[in-house]
Design a protein around this ligand. Structure first.
Ligand code: PLP
Length: 496
């Protein structure tokens, strides 16, 4: 903690505030080209531009110190539920940066990239085997994009049967990720919410009551966002099919099932996967992502074009797709993610593939068990890859889930997901993933146990947290509504 505080001091000034008039970064030989008048070229003198005047070493220290404040999976535990923040082995990056992969151009003729097509096809074949779906496409570039693509396939399917006008409703559980209703609305559907029952499963009676021939699809997450496997999933699929609806699986939680059980065998018609969660691509700030989808053969003819197929042992793009929904992204999605996924999948191999889900489920249950007295599970039964806990008993001490999470930062841990799913009061959603060691989980749980003691004995410590960071507790409403991140020189501000 002391170390962090020192780092905070070093970077608490902006680089502009470190400026000393006349100081320069490096000496450049006098140019033999005509000098340009900055005022004329940019409409401002150098002084008016307020460029920082700093030495090279100062610049270096400033940015290196800033970079040390970044928290990532390489610096510490990152139990952000639903996000699967696992460690992504560096070998994935090594293969993704091989020049034969990274230097090919998406507009190269197909005949010059048979190796790349083979990589894509190999990932399809493995994902198809893992998920139990007949077809895979990696064109969608995010999980939400995969959801939307699946709904577009479902829509095309209903339209082909002359039922497009009649089927206007998409059913979604009240525990769903916010992207589900957004994807449905984006495809022009009306959303109807299906409640979760006391055990944390889909309320079957409510589902049955909502089913009729206006239903286009049921979008269900399995394991659910409560971290629970839906024990009635086959029944759910049967019920929806009985009225002619389709069932979509939000597969962002596939980490709980890899190598162990296959959604394609549960009765789903299609699903999306998050390669940037389960299949080991780092989550970037908004990308690159890949929301690969799997689908059964009755949806095949609507696949985004071109469809990747294999014939006589060779992978090729089939452009002759009269019923396609069209392209959903330029070129063929994020190709280097296929390289990373293939590396990851082959490194485990068929033999060890199930270790991914076994250890992720074991780790989540270990955390749930260690914390049961201080932070009980919202639904006390064995969980899958994440546990969803409630901090509601600390409300009487004026402490909320958010305060507990903020205090965790002082103990050196990234907080879990807060207040999602929405149906759990004072919700903390912890996803340890399979790549964490028991010692890390012990240290994390002990920190949480201590924090829960503090919540009772000294709640203000939690309200003031975090106190070890360069930025303390923000007023989140103001940060959204009155965001002001523009730096203004002090003197000028005074003059305004
Ligand atoms: C992450 C996630 C999504 C959306 O994935 P993005 O790639 O962020 O669009 C959808 N559903 C669930 C359950 C998720 O965890």
């Amino acid at each position: 903690m002391a170390d962090l505080r020192m780092k905070s001091v070093r970077v608490q000034n902006l680089i502009f505030e470190k400026s000393i008039p006349g100081r320069i970064g490096s000496n450049v030989p006098k140019a033999d080209t005509p000098e340009v008048d900055l005022k004329e070229a940019l409409g401002a003198t150098r002084k008016e531009l307020h460029l920082p005047e700093v030495g090279e070493l100062e610049v270096m220290r400033h940015f290196v110190n800033l970079s040390h404040l970044t928290y990532g999976i390489e610096t510490g535990f990152y139990p952000l539920g639903s996000c699967t923040m696992k460690y992504n082995p560096r070998i994935n990056e090594v293969t993704a940066s091989l020049s034969g992969f990274k230097n090919i151009h998406p507009m190269q003729p197909e005949s010059t990239v048979p190796g790349a097509l083979e990589v894509l096809m190999s990932v399809y074949e493995i994902l198809s085997e893992i998920t139990g779906f007949d077809e895979i496409t990696m064109q969608p570039v995010a999980g939400a994009h995969g959801e939307m693509t699946c709904l577009m396939l479902i829509k095309a399917y209903h339209e082909s049967r002359g039922e497009g006008d009649k089927r206007k409703i998409v059913l979604i559980p009240d525990s769903a990720h916010g992207t589900n209703p957004a994807s449905a609305a984006r495809c022009g559907y009306d959303v109807k919410t299906i409640p979760t029952d006391k055990e944390g499963n889909t309320d079957l009676a409510a589902l049955e009551a909502a089913l009729d021939d206006t239903v286009a699809a049921f979008m269900v997450t399995n394991p659910s966002t409560l971290g629970l496997f839906e024990p009635n999933i086959t029944k759910v699929c049967e019920l929806v099919h009985s009225v002619g609806g389709q069932v979509f699986c939000d597969g962002a939680n596939m980490n709980a099932m890899v190598g162990t059980t296959r959604p394609g065998d549960h009765g789903f018609d299609c699903m999306h996967l998050n390669l940037h969660k389960t299949f080991s691509t780092p989550h970037g700030g908004g990308g690159p992502g890949c929301g690969a989808i799997g689908l059964q053969s009755h949806l095949e003819s609507y696949l985004p074009a071109p469809a990747l197929k294999r014939k006589d042992g060779k992978a090729y793009f089939d452009h002759n797709r009269p019923h396609t929904i069209g392209r959903v992204s330029s070129f063929y999605g994020q190709f280097l993610m296929a390289v990373r996924a293939l590396t990851y999948l082959l490194a485990y191999g068929k033999e060890y593939m199930a270790d991914i889900s076994r250890y992720s489920v074991l780790n989540a249950n270990y955390v749930q068990a260690l914390l049961k007295d201080v932070l009980p599970a919202a639904h006390p039964r064995p969980c899958m890859h994440e546990c969803v806990l409630t901090a509601k008993k600390y409300k009487e001490h004026g402490v909320r889930a958010l305060d507990i999470s903020k205090r965790l930062i002082d103990y050196g841990f990234h907080p879990p997901t807060n207040y999602f799913p929405l149906i759990v009061p004072e919700c903390l959603m912890i996803e340890p993933t399979e790549t964490e060691a028991k010692q890390t989980l012990d240290a994390f749980c002990h920190a949480l146990i201590k924090i829960c003691e503090e919540a009772v004995s000294n709640p203000d410590i939690l309200h003031d947290a975090p106190t070890t960071q360069i930025v303390g507790r923000l007023d989140e409403a103001k940060a959204v509504k009155m965001l002001d991140v523009a730096w203004k020189p002090k003197q000028e501000t005074a003059n305004v």
